[in-house]
Ligand binder design. Structure first.
Ligand SMILES: *[C@@H]1O[C@H](CO)[C@@H](O)[C@H](O)[C@H]1NC(C)=O
Ligand SMILES: *[C@@H]1O[C@H](CO)[C@@H](O)[C@H](O)[C@H]1NC(C)=O
Ligand SMILES: *[C@@H]1O[C@H](CO)[C@@H](O)[C@H](O)[C@H]1NC(C)=O
Length: 200
């Protein structure tokens, strides 16, 4: 009985096995087609640094003091409206700021940050940031793409790392932001830290 059942299961499974082989080969063919078409997504990212901290130094251009030789960010035109706009909703600041490894503007340079923030609240100061940190000095070189809201009243702001190149290729993660120092005397200057937790 046992051997009969065994032999019958072999007999019935042979066509199944053949079908499985045919199916598997068809999969292999379509996988290699997918590879040729560049749609394969089973590549593994190299591991970059798991954490990275940098500091941005912003000096705003202020027409009142005309600091044209000493600025790294500029506000665009305010929206043309006839009602009060106390938090300058809709105004963009474009920047190209030095990045350092420490909080002082004389700390070791790491590169520069290029991007913008948009004031996007009617009720308070919120600065929606989109920028690339281009790290050209130090152990890790590459770019880090940062995206997210800086709500001025929050002591810590959580932005996202949405990508990277070079040593930071494919990075995702969290960018913890803090205001380190601010000098309101025109032209306004401030330093912010970005502490990144990175995943690849
Ligand atoms: C602002 O809007 C008003 C009313 O539409 C218009 O007359 C004026 O030319 C606009 N100013 C600018 C700088 O576009
Ligand atoms: C660096 O910071 C000091 C102190 O706030 C300031 O006097 C100096 O102008 C700054 N240097 C640059 C290059 O921004
Ligand atoms: C980063 O800066 C370096 C040096 O200026 C430059 O060669 C490179 O193209 C920059 N990368 C980006 C994405 O701007």
């Amino acid at each position: 009985m046992t051997s009969l059942r065994a032999s019958s299961s072999v007999r019935f499974s042979l066509p199944l096995f053949a079908a499985a082989v045919a199916f598997y080969s068809a999969c292999l063919v379509s996988m290699s087609d997918a590879r040729k078409q560049g749609s394969c997504n089973n590549k593994v990212l190299p591991c970059g640094p798991p954490s990275f901290t940098f500091y941005l130094h912003n000096t705003v251009y202020n027409p009142a003091v005309d600091n044209k030789d000493n600025f790294n960010s500029i506000y665009g035109l305010p929206p043309n409206i006839s009602f009060p706009n106390p938090y300058t909703f809709g105004v963009m600041n474009t920047f190209e700021e030095p990045i350092t490894s420490g909080p002082s503007n004389t700390s070791a340079p790491l590169g520069k940050a290029q991007g913008f923030y948009l004031l996007n609240s009617f009720n308070e100061y919120t600065l929606f940031h989109v920028f690339t940190a281009n790290i050209t000095e130090g152990d890790y070189k590459g770019t880090i793409a940062i995206f997210g809201q800086v709500r001025e009243v929050d002591p810590v702001r959580y932005l996202t790392v949405i990508g990277g190149t070079g040593a930071f290729l494919g990075a995702r993660g969290l960018a913890k932001n803090r205001l380190i120092d601010i000098d309101h005397a025109p032209p306004a200057k401030w330093t912010m830290s970005f502490e990144l937790d990175l995943y690849y």
